[in-house]
Design a protein around this ligand. Structure first.
Ligand SMILES: C[S@@+](CC[C@H](N)C(=O)[O-])C[C@H]1O[C@@H](n2cnc3c(N)ncnc32)[C@H](O)[C@@H]1O
Length: 269
């Protein structure tokens, strides 16, 4: 198998996980909450919230997420823990196949990218190219490249033993370099997805970036991504211009995909 745009052989193929999840919904009692008496859980794939992958595209994480148990989160549906919807032996079997949030995050990405997110990013870019730092497995870059976006992706740690957040991929070319790489790409929009909690590279990237469009997927101040200094700089120097309306986030994880423009008078370069 080639390392570009395909999955590693050591893991259960994503189609097998999708098939197992679809079968799980046919089990008696599937979707009945184990605790409490709330409404049954259903997969996104059986709701009006479903988002179809463009024909010819490959989006293995979204295929899996569509069949995970999901619960209401405002207007949207959020995938949740397998044990919320399936009896213990079945939930355990699915977990072993690799259908847990942690397995999917380390295999693909820490922030789910849906077809609606891809369309929203393309609209924000208005034809511009992207520089992504902390790209991990390269999954977001690969998804955007399928939509015709030119993405230069960087991460100082290749997936695998060198990177405790990312076990699979790369799904596309990810150059081995840290956040300093953005300095060379003032003409590209800066993309950062789920910089780790307490990590300094999001702030570092923002401080050396000379362009004016930031696309950011993560939690806000006090959440599980980046550090306080990053959010302080974001608030002071950048203006929120749009939030992706169809971004899907794991239950209990307040991940937002948003676009920011540099405020007037904050121009660099
Ligand atoms: C939680 S992972 C997120 C990866 C990917 N963006 C995703 O959505 O799955 C954080 C990533 O930040 C990377 N990272 C750590 N230090 C960095 C630095 N100084 N500059 C750029 N990236 C860094 C890690 O190697 C890791 O791949």
């Amino acid at each position: 198998m080639d390392a570009m745009g395909s999955e590693p052989t050591m893991q259960v193929p994503s189609e097998v996980i999708v098939a197992a999840l679809r079968d799980a919904w046919r089990e008696p009692g599937a979707g009945q909450p184990l605790y409490g008496s709330g409404p049954p859980l259903r997969p996104i794939a059986e709701s009006e919230e479903d988002q179809l992958i463009p024909s010819g595209g490959s989006s293995p994480l979204w295929e899996i997420v569509r069949w995970m148990p999901a619960e209401p989160d405002g207007q949207a549906l959020s995938p949740t823990s397998l044990s919320e919807a399936f009896a213990r032996p079945l939930a355990f079997r699915l977990d072993v196949l690799g259908a847990s949030r942690h397995a999917l995050a380390t295999r693909f990405t820490w922030s789910i990218i849906s077809p609606g997110d891809v369309a929203w990013v393309v609209a924000q870019l208005e034809g511009r190219a992207v520089v992504e730092i902390g790209a991990g497995t390269g999954y977001w870059a690969w998804q955007l490249q399928q939509a015709g976006v030119d993405v230069a992706a960087y991460d100082p740690h290749s997936p695998g033993e060198d990177n405790r957040y990312c076990t699979a991929g790369p799904y596309t070319t990810v150059l081995v370099e840290d956040a300093s790489a953005v300095k060379r790409h003032p003409d590209r929009a800066l993309l950062m997805v789920w910089p780790p909690l307490g990590g300094e590279h999001a702030r570092h990237a923002l401080s050396v970036y000379e362009g004016d469009l930031l696309l950011y997927a993560g939690e806000g101040l006090g959440g599980c991504t980046a550090d306080d200094a990053f959010y302080k700089m974001l608030n002071a120097e950048w203006e929120l211009t749009s939030v992706a309306p169809r971004h899907v986030t794991w239950s209990g994880i307040h991940c937002e995909l948003a676009a920011y423009r540099r405020k007037r008078g904050e121009h660099r370069g």
